[in-house]
Design a binder for this molecule. Structure first.
Ligand code: PLP
Length: 406
């Protein structure tokens, strides 16, 4: 195994610490990633060198900040292989981006009796906004069920598509099980039905190469903090035709072309959905994070993490009464498990005392956890700085926990 993680972890200052006197083993990357020094320095650079409100200023600093923010939009567009930067809207994160689409697309295109399809895998942020839309418009939420191995039941999906289907909204990768969904096929089938697709890329963008022109997704959303960028910045990619056809999300500065008390006209893309002062420090730092990932190469990261995840899965099987949840053909980033009948919280708390950070509970995917008939899971999730030593230290700690609890 090439130790990419060993080479890179020095770039991440936070990882150097000890917790309860033990070296930190950070395996909660699906919740949020740590930041490389270059990203932290970029935030400092903005605030020490050219902080000024963007777009509206004639002065030098404002122009520098505006240029950096718009360059960041270009970097995001290139990273996702979007057609143009006007298809990139900055948001606070995945959650806000999905709410934006549910509200604005829904306002224009969803009517009583129409149907929205989501999957059993979804994070609450890709369920609740659609549920709220359904309540508002008297539409119906349909759910793609899972096969016993945790993959989507594609036959059932096919049967759900019909002339009332107005949107298919699915995760690229499940944040609980790490299952990689066949989004190419999902998009093809939806398009054959005349239905647009929103892909929740929160758990894929840092792990899998995304080419939106090849995928032909109508909407793709992700959060910066899951890909080594600061919190509070995220992205909505939308095909220009859809975004142009949708009413604006919030009203305010920046999203307008002209305002009178009688009538307001709206700005063109990409500003139409960016009301108010955007998080330009965040967008500039996000671009830095994407450059960091690009310099390593997302394919190389994917290959490295894949080997590490397989290694983690093999080693987990050494633990007595181990129950690894789901057995999909493709898994990325995360593994969920249970230790016998022990509550996930107890396992997570004991691991914490041994310096290992994992996440336990329903992972904001209660319907999935209910479907699995369990109280929650223990989840480990990897990043490009995770090492084989991290996995070995985690397994050693888990063995100790098993000795204590079983
Ligand atoms: N979708 C998925 C699959 C996620 O894993 C998450 C966060 O864990 C979200 C959406 C929500 O992301 P955020 O809280 O950054 O908006």
């Amino acid at each position: 195994m090439t130790e990419l993680g060993e080479q890179l972890r020095g770039d991440f200052p936070l990882l150097k610490q000890t917790v309860y006197g033990k070296p930190l083993v950070y395996l909660d990357n699906a919740a949020t990633t740590q930041k490389p020094l270059s990203v932290i320095n970029k935030l400092t650079e903005v605030y020490t060198s050219y902080n000024a409100n963007i777009h509206r200023g004639v002065h030098h600093l404002s122009q520098v900040a505006t240029q950096a923010h718009e360059d960041a939009r270009k970097t995001v567009a290139q990273f996702l292989h979007a057609r143009s930067e006007e298809e990139i809207t900055f948001t606070r994160g995945t959650t806000e981006a999905i709410n934006l689409v549910a509200q604005c697309y829904g306002e224009r295109f969803v009517n009583e009796g129409d149907e929205i399809i989501v999957s059993t895998h979804e994070h609450h942020s890709n369920i609740v906004p659609w549920q709220m839309l359904c309540l508002r418009k008297k539409a119906v939420l349909r759910v793609i069920p899972l096969l016993p191995n945790g993959e989507l039941d594609m036959q059932a999906y096919s049967a759900l598509l019909n002339e009332r289907t107005r949107m298919v909204a699915v995760a690229h990768v499940s944040n609980v099980l790490g299952v990689v969904n066949p989004i190419e096929q999902i998009i093809r089938m939806a398009h054959a039905n005349g239905t647009p697709v929103l892909i929740d890329g929160a758990q894929s963008v840092a792990h899998i190469s995304v080419n939106l022109q090849a995928l032909d997704a109508d909407f793709f959303v992700f959060s910066g903090h899951k890909i080594y960028a600061p919190t509070g910045i995220g992205v909505l990619y939308g095909k220009a035709d859809w975004l142009n056809a949708m009413p604006p999300y919030q009203g305010g500065g920046e999203m307008i072309a002209n305002v009178t008390f009688e009538k307001t006209t709206y700005n063109q893309l990409p500003y139409k959905f960016e009301a108010g002062t955007p998080d330009y420090a965040g967008s500039i730092a996000l671009a830095e994070a994407l450059r960091y990932v690009q310099a390593i190469g997302i394919e190389r990261i994917a290959e490295y993490e894949h080997q590490l995840l397989q290694y983690a899965e093999e080693r987990l099987r050494e633990i007595p009464q181990m129950r690894i949840l789901a057995a999909p053909a493709h898994r990325s980033g995360a593994i969920s498990f249970l230790l016998g009948t022990q509550h996930p919280y107890d396992v997570g708390m004991l691991l914490d005392k041994l310096g290992v950070a994992v996440r336990t509970g329903h992972h904001c995917a209660q319907p999935l956890i209910d479907h699995l008939g369990i109280p929650g899971t223990v989840r480990i999730s990897l990043a490009l700085y995770t090492t084989k030593q991290d996995i070995d230290a985690f397994i050693k700690a888990l063995q100790q926990v098993a000795d204590m609890l079983l």
